[in-house]
Write a protein that binds this ligand. Sequence first.
Ligand code: CO
Length: 132
Amino acid sequence: MPNQIHHVGVAVADLDESIRLYRNALGAELVHRAASEAEGLEAAVLRVGDDEIELMSALREDSPVGKFIAKRGPGLHHVAYRVTDIDVALAGAREAGLELIDSEPRIGLHGRRIAFVHPKSMGGVLTEFVEG
Ligand code: CO
């Protein structure tokens, strides 16, 4: 089972500007930045104290994050939970009746094994499991 929140994902219109904002406003430290052409996404991981925030911007308007921003505007995109074994966590989620977006774990943009759970199973919040 998940044992703590791993990070919160925020969809932003301008990644560079948002990184500056989070650095200046929160003293956040940029720890990783990567883009995926396939997912139409660029994302940055920032550390705030012991915790992480993931800022995400769209490379294309028709990408999932682009569509999210077009529909809802920038804002909270997902909550990620840390799990020690993602295969076990996904089996548990399936057993609990949750609808999985990723039926199998995949390697996320930041090199970790991840899987997403559909927001309709989680009170309207897109939910990510991160192994680590
Ligand atoms: Co994430």
